[in-house]
Design a binder for this molecule. Structure first.
Ligand code: IMP
Length: 338
């Protein structure tokens, strides 16, 4: 079997996603236990302990989730539909413990101003970063305020330089891969996540750009987090993995003798509440209890992957260069059987 390097995966003829690849340990690991490895790193000037950022979706990140993720050494981006952020700011209540807010192209200036005063990251939450109005908004914010700006989304590196020139500090990578996403079905647009990430990673390298890469959408478990980082992402953005936890906005629902919470796409009917173009689904996910358990599970899985691969730091993991491309049967063999 061929052991693929990242460059090989970049040259691969087909678009690949997380389930198509696997990480291969090729060295004797010097890591004694997984608690020994270091997952601390700096992202947009913030010290983080686990490379997780929550998606700014209305069923994922409100103020409670954002604060708890900060406690856990991650980042939560409060969704742009949440008016309580404005209230917090209006009451002179500093956004204690919150690190990031999202805005739309039409969000009012005050929100950005307050976010800037509070040293918060601003995420321009749009489906397509390759848009003149998104670039203009990013340029405007960067020229007026001293804030870090996240833009999104892109599916390959063709426009990375333009986004970077507009001042974007980080970019969300992924079109069509989100678990509630019907973009590809509705529009025919999108690329597998592994191919998207690697293409943007090499573009950043080749063009020597200073922009952080966020793997956004399609991450199903800690193993996919490890794969995303090994494909060059600096951090992963999660929707579904965090959905259903206690800290997400929304009620716990009892149905069929089980507890659930709602999870829906930002472009779903439930969010838009009108019959315009819908690119997202809505579902119920099992209630998962505290988000701390989910984050700890990710941290454990990631540390274990790093120990297999002889990686002491996340930078080592990003430099991993030994991948398998899986046949369908070897993919299926990887799954537990009952
Ligand atoms: P998940 O972690 O696989 O559930 O993916 C979450 C990501 O899906 C988000 O961060 C967005 O990039 C994307 N997303 C959220 N809502 C929608 C939608 O309504 N349509 C398409 N993509 C969406």
């Amino acid at each position: 079997m061929k052991i693929y390097t990242k460059q090989d995966l970049n040259d691969y003829s087909l678009s690949l996603t997380y389930d198509d690849i696997s990480l291969i340990p090729t060295r004797i690991s010097q890591v004694k236990t997984r608690s020994e490895v270091n997952t601390k790193f700096k992202f947009l000037g913030l010290e983080l302990s686990v490379p997780v950022i929550s998606s700014p979706m209305d069923t994922v990140t409100g103020i409670e989730m954002a604060k708890e993720l900060t406690n856990l050494g991650c980042i939560g981006i409060v969704n742009r539909f949440d008016s309580s952020v404005k209230e917090l700011f209006a009451n002179g209540n500093l956004a204690d413990g919150m690190r990031a807010v999202s805005i739309s192209l039409t969000s009012d200036e005050q929100l950005i101003e307050r976010a800037s005063e509070n040293n918060m990251i601003v995420c321009i939450d749009t489906a397509n970063a390759n848009n003149a109005y998104v670039l203009k908004k990013c340029e405007e914010i960067k020229s007026k305020y001293k804030v870090k700006v996240i833009v999104g989304n892109i599916a390959n590196g063709a426009t990375l330089k333009q986004l970077s020139d507009a001042g974007a500090d980080a970019v969300r990578i992924g079109i069509g891969g989100g678990s509630m996403c019907t973009t590809s079905v509705q529009t025919g647009i999108g690329i597998g996540q592994v191919s998207s990430l690697i293409d943007v990673y090499y573009t950043r390298k080749k063009e020597k750009l200073d922009i952080a890469l966020i793997a956004d959408g399609g991450i199903k478990g800690p193993g996919d987090v490890a794969k995303a980082l090994a494909c060059g992402a600096d951090i992963v953005m999660l929707g579904r993995m965090l959905a259903g936890t206690k800290e997400t906005p929304g009620e716990v629902i009892k149905y069929d003798d089980q507890l659930w919470k709602k999870y829906r796409g930002s472009a779903s009917f439930g969010v838009k509440m009108k019959n315009e173009f819908i690119e997202g689904e809505e579902t119920l996910v099992p209630y998962k209890g505290s988000v701390k358990n989910v984050v700890n599970g990710i941290s454990d899985g990631l540390r274990s992957a790093m120990s297999y691969l002889n990686c002491e730091s996340l930078d080592d993991l990003k430099n991993i260069d030994s991948f398998a491309v899986l046949s369908t049967s070897s993919y299926l063999e990887r799954l537990p059987r009952k």
